[in-house]
Ligand binder design. Structure first.
Ligand code: ADP
Ligand code: MG
Length: 698
């Protein structure tokens, strides 16, 4: 249960002054929650700039564009004849004269706050109009005695359309004032060495920057808040890990007879990296601890066979294994490519997807429950409640970046006692980010590609040269090539994606006839399958697609990848897409078609794509170019998003948080000491409530 001391921060934002139903919606959009925004969400919304009102020039000294505060005497009001004209008020001081300008202003209001003959403090931006200084809509108008009420430095916040800065400032100020003083959870020596203020001071300071330096991630207040967040994240992962470790594992030791049969069927030898990864996986399986391992390998590095061999170890030992993948296309493809190998070894493999219903589904479930199936391949359907295994020992999750940490947890719970979990990802994740998402896992890496791969010839062309691409396609098709054509990603709308893909499909069909196929996310699964298998068998030679093909699809005979509007894709995505070709022995080409003019970032992305095929290098560059928030399109990536921490610039803090969390949990695994109690509050503060449930007295 969340501690009472935090209740005011977790109250709805609409309990803050000035936040009614309309602004509540805007605040929700601003802080990126779909649920109702809370006061704490506003506390985490840090300023992006500041307005400095400390300049106090006399009128004669005022310069164009400056934000100033001045003391003036109010003179004549010039009431406009038409409401479309501005209302003007003459003001002066000992050095000169200027005008205050108001549009659509109420005269009675202005005569009340700026009565003729009075002295007033005004603050706002000076503009020169026809050589004369003026100020349009001063931000503040005060009586001289109220000078202390004027915020000399005002925080400026990122806004969203329709949300006035003043309302937001007011609400945030109120939210921050609700922050209680909390018992320190940071290690005192560490906090001191980093010049961290207390949490309460840090929050207050972060919202009241005095200089531009205070806005940087390196400012102590900001660094402190970021570190708090990172530590909460690492602690939560650490608690999950501890719990998994403490659940009894079991020793799964096969005798290798099935593996030998499968290896004998393969037309290739395992790479050194594959062998190394397999040894690491085996060591986990054969220990009495639970396996919780991440297998990282770039596209095409050969993870699937490693997964199969790992699963065979379980089958040899008399257990079952499950392989879960994010899409139906992939599930089918895996089942199709693994079946012949399994058959040769006498291993019973079945496929279960959301599409299997009624009698068919019941039949599979019975076979799984009675142990007649050794390996079950499927989508999420694999882990629905009615799926019961007889003796599940290993779960492999492919292309994990489409699943979140929560799903990973649900999954390992599914297996009950001792189920090992192997997660595979083709998305090269920069080292720093691996910690944030997989700090709870051991990592194996496939850092070597199967031999004989030819480099992919990557080129970039402006879309105006589309006809050249079409000509080249014509020639390539004559010599038997197969081509992927990926259509633009339209932000926020798969409907538009589909329209664009359909248009391109019709265009190419006119040119190349029935050998052109279309696949997109809105098609019925059976229809998708039909198209995909036609492409695999070569009946379709040009496959127009939206990004549904991004993940895992394997058609080795396809050698040309055209990506339209390449400038709209992120680096990691481009890399994933390009990875669909270059899988067979033939030389492959990737054409990046872009719309001019190219922005700086898009230019850099395309340059990097042309320079390297190393997914890890590309991931690091992606992080550098975009910042962690946007990397991989966080929404679909399964990576945690941070409210405060900026992984690209505060990565050093992440490593420290990782070490810190390990140290803390090593000494106080149940968070029972006084510091442990304070750390529980930290977990609640960052809404890592579910991690607390893993504590004995949670
Ligand atoms: P990914 O890691 O992207 O899932 P896959 O497992 O789909 O990669 O493997 C890509 C291709 O490489 C497959 O066609 C597979 O048969 C082949 N492959 C895997 N391991 C080797 C190897 N050691 N030598 C040669 N080819 C291999
Ligand atoms: Mg794969």
């Amino acid at each position: 249960m969340r501690p009472e001391i935090l209740f005011p921060l977790f109250a709805p934002a609409r309990t803050l002054p000035g936040i009614g139903p309309r602004l509540e919606k805007l605040v929700a959009r601003l802080v990126g929650t779909s649920a109702e925004p809370k006061a704490i969400d506003l506390c985490w919304h840090l300023p992006s700039g500041l307005i400095d009102r400390r300049k106090r020039p006399a009128i004669a000294e005022a310069r164009d564009g400056e934000i100033v505060t001045m003391e003036v005497v109010v003179g004549h009001h010039v009431v406009p004849r038409s409401s479309r004209l501005p209302y003007r008020i003459h003001v002066h001081d000992a050095t000169g004269e200027m005008q205050l300008v108001f549009f659509r202003a109420k005269a009675d209001y202005l005569t009340r706050i700026l009565p003729e003959g009075s002295t007033r403090l005004i603050s706002g931006r000076i503009e020169f109009y026809q050589g004369e200084p003026q100020m349009t809509h001063p931000d503040h108008v005060l009586e001289p005695g109220a000078v202390h009420e004027l915020p000399l430095i005002e925080p400026v916040y990122p806004l969203t359309a329709g949300l006035p800065l003043k309302s937001l400032q007011k609400a945030i100020k109120a939210a921050v004032s609700r922050a209680p003083k909390l018992t320190e959870w940071q290690d005192p020596a560490w906090a001191k060495s980093q010049r961290f203020p207390t949490w309460h001071e840090a929050l207050t300071q972060a919202h009241n920057p005095g200089t531009n330096e205070d806005l940087l991630g390196t400012a102590p207040a900001r660094a402190r808040l970021a570190y708090d967040e990172l530590l909460a994240n690492q602690l939560a992962l650490g608690l999950v890990r501890l719990r998994m470790r403490h659940l009894p594992g079991r020793i799964v030791r096969g005798d290798g007879h099935l593996r030998q049969k499968v290896l004998a069927e393969l037309p290739y030898k395992l790479t050194g990296a594959q062998q190394r990864a397999l040894r690491e996986i085996d060591a986990d399986a054969m220990s009495d601890r639970r396996m919780l391992r991440l297998l990282q390998g770039d596209v095409g590095s050969g993870k699937t066979i490693v997964a199969l061999l790992a699963m065979l170890n379980a089958v040899e030992a008399g257990f079952q294994a499950g392989l879960m993948v994010p899409t139906e296309i992939l599930a089918r493809q895996h089942a199709a490519s693994l079946s012949p190998l399994c058959e040769a070894a006498g291993v019973r493999l079945a496929l279960l997807t959301g599409r299997d219903k009624g009698a068919k589904r019941a039949e599979i479930l019975t076979a799984v429950a009675s142990g007649k199936i050794d390996i079950l391949v499927g989508t999420h359907a694999l882990f629905q409640d009615d799926v019961a295994f007889d003796k599940l020992a290993l779960v492999v999750v492919d292309e994990q970046h489409r699943f979140g940490v929560h799903q990973r947890l649900a999954l390992s719970a599914k297996g009950g006692v001792g189920t090992d979990v192997l997660v595979m990802t083709a998305t090269p994740i920069p080292r720093t980010l691996t910690l944030t998402a997989y700090g709870d896992m051991d990592v194996s890496k496939l850092d070597e590609k199967p031999p004989g791969r030819k480099p992919i010839d990557t080129r970039a062309l402006p879309v105006e040269r589309l006809h050249e691409v079409v000509d080249a396609m014509q020639r390539a098709l004559k010599s038997g090539a197969q081509i992927y054509w990926v259509c633009p990603l339209v932000e926020e709308s798969d409907e538009l994606d589909v329209t664009a893909a359909e248009e391109r499909f019709n265009h190419l069909k006119q040119l190349f006839g029935d050998q052109v196929g279309l696949v997109h996310g809105r098609m019925k699964p059976t229809e998708k399958d039909r198209v995909m298998s036609a492409f695999e068998s070569g009946d379709i030679r040009v496959l127009v697609a939206t990004t549904v093909i991004e993940v895992g699809v394997n058609v080795p005979s396809a050698t040309i990848m055209v990506i339209e509007h390449a400038e709209r894709f992120g680096l990691a995505q481009l890399h994933q897409l390009r990875g669909r070709v270059g899988r067979g022995g033939d030389k492959s080409t990737c054409l990046l078609l872009y719309q001019t003019p190219l922005g700086e970032t898009a230019q850099a992305r395309i340059r990097i794509m042309r320079e390297t095929e190393d997914g890890f290098l590309i991931a690091e560059e992606d992080l550098r170019l975009r910042g962690a928030g946007e990397l991989l399109g966080i929404r679909q990536s399964g990576l945690p998003t941070f409210r405060l921490a900026q992984i690209d610039t505060q990565g050093n803090l992440l490593k420290a948080a990782y070490d810190d969390a390990r140290l803390i949990l090593g000494r106080d695994p149940e968070l029972e000491t006084p510091r442990g109690q304070a750390l529980r509050t930290l977990l609640y503060l960052f809404e890592r409530d579910e991690a607390i449930r893993y504590l004995r007295s949670g």
